[in-house]
Design a protein around this ligand. Structure first.
Ligand code: SF4
Ligand code: MG
Length: 320
């Protein structure tokens, strides 16, 4: 398949007081194929949102490169950058915070169109806004209302309509359903899937737990403390998680399939997530891993393809 986004050994370190550095993202690589949904999963603080923002060029990188349609997103000239933001857009976790409370829905959705002068004909622009409202399951009557008049789910629909205003091909969705009621989460996921099919969108879907991501993702990358620890197809990850951290994440969600449930015991991780200022030596997961041995404290496990298209970084799977 066509690679549309290539993240290569990307690092993002933030300097905090006294010259200390937070290794928010510490050498992560993955490709996203055209038309797929790539799920990026991990606890809060693992670096997944930082990757999202680095991909969008909102953050500089500390190392590595991000190629979107073969162009380095951190080396774009202003014109290319303008064009890039037409193709790549973001949906945020908190739709309320990302929508201007003093603007009407029409103004909110039209704003990116104005910035990019997409529809010099204002009637055309209004018509496009109305179409988008309908596409996200709202009605034309909503156009002149304000964000506070909507429910959380409806506000996320407005955020989605806004993200679609420039006809992007790639959407970074940063925990788009985490703030919503469970009953509404499925509706928003279904909407995202419908839009994906209709508009041939590619998604990077960021989430902190695996329960909903399974339903939307083709492939999933699991992150822990700035590192990617496992990457494979969604099905493979659920049926045969290899990394101890993935196993723990999966064990905490109920699985309706009785065959899998039988084999899956709840794994409770000891300790807290360590600070990314001073991450553990060797395998960053060793302080919490039920399978850790001496080598795990000393040696960083290699990122390797242990079976076709299934990548993992763990000494348990390294050849002696
Ligand atoms: Fe656990 Fe060691 Fe594997 Fe890290 S390398 S996940 S500590 S077994
Ligand atoms: Mg986040």
């Amino acid at each position: 398949s066509d690679v549309t986004l290539s993240v290569r050994d990307v690092k993002k370190h933030f300097t905090v007081g006294k010259g200390q550095s937070v290794k928010a993202v510490d050498g992560v690589s993955f490709d996203v194929y055209k038309g797929e949904t790539f799920g990026l999963v991990g606890e809060s603080g693992c670096g997944k949102s930082t990757i999202g923002r680095t991909i969008l060029g909102l953050y500089d990188k500390s190392g590595g490169e991000v190629l979107f349609q073969e162009k380095d997103v951190h080396q774009l000239d202003p014109e290319e950058k303008f064009d890039f933001y037409k193709k790549m857009q973001m949906i945020f976790q908190d739709p309320y915070a990302s929508l201007n409370p003093r603007s009407t829905v029409r103004e909110i959705i039209a704003e990116p169109m104005e910035v990019h002068n997409l529809y010099p004909d204002k009637k055309e622009q209004t018509e496009k806004v109305m179409e988008l409202l309908e596409e996200v399951g709202l009605s034309r009557d909503h156009a002149n209302r304000y964000p506070h008049e909507f429910s959380g789910g409806q506000r996320q629909r407005i955020g989605i309509a806004r993200a679609l205003a420039l006809n992007p091909s790639f959407i970074v969705a940063d925990e788009p359903i985490s703030a919503l009621d469970v009953s509404v989460q499925a509706q928003v996921v279904n909407l995202l899937r419908k839009l994906q099919q209709e508009k041939e969108l590619t998604y990077l879907f960021i989430a902190h737990d695996l329960s909903m991501v399974k339903h939307i993702s083709d492939r999933i990358g699991v992150m822990y403390l700035g590192n990617m620890v496992e990457l494979t197809s969604s099905d493979q990850l659920y049926q045969e998680p290899l990394h101890p951290y993935t196993q723990a994440l999966l064990s905490s969600i109920p699985i309706p399939d009785p065959d899998i449930e039988e084999k899956r015991e709840r794994i409770v991780l000891k300790g807290e997530l360590p600070s990314p200022i001073n991450p553990p030596s060797g395998c960053v997961f060793h302080t919490r891993c039920p399978h850790a041995t001496e080598i795990c404290k000393q040696k960083v496990p290699r990122w390797q393809e242990v079976e076709p298209k299934h990548y993992v970084a763990c000494h348990l799977y390294e050849e002696a």
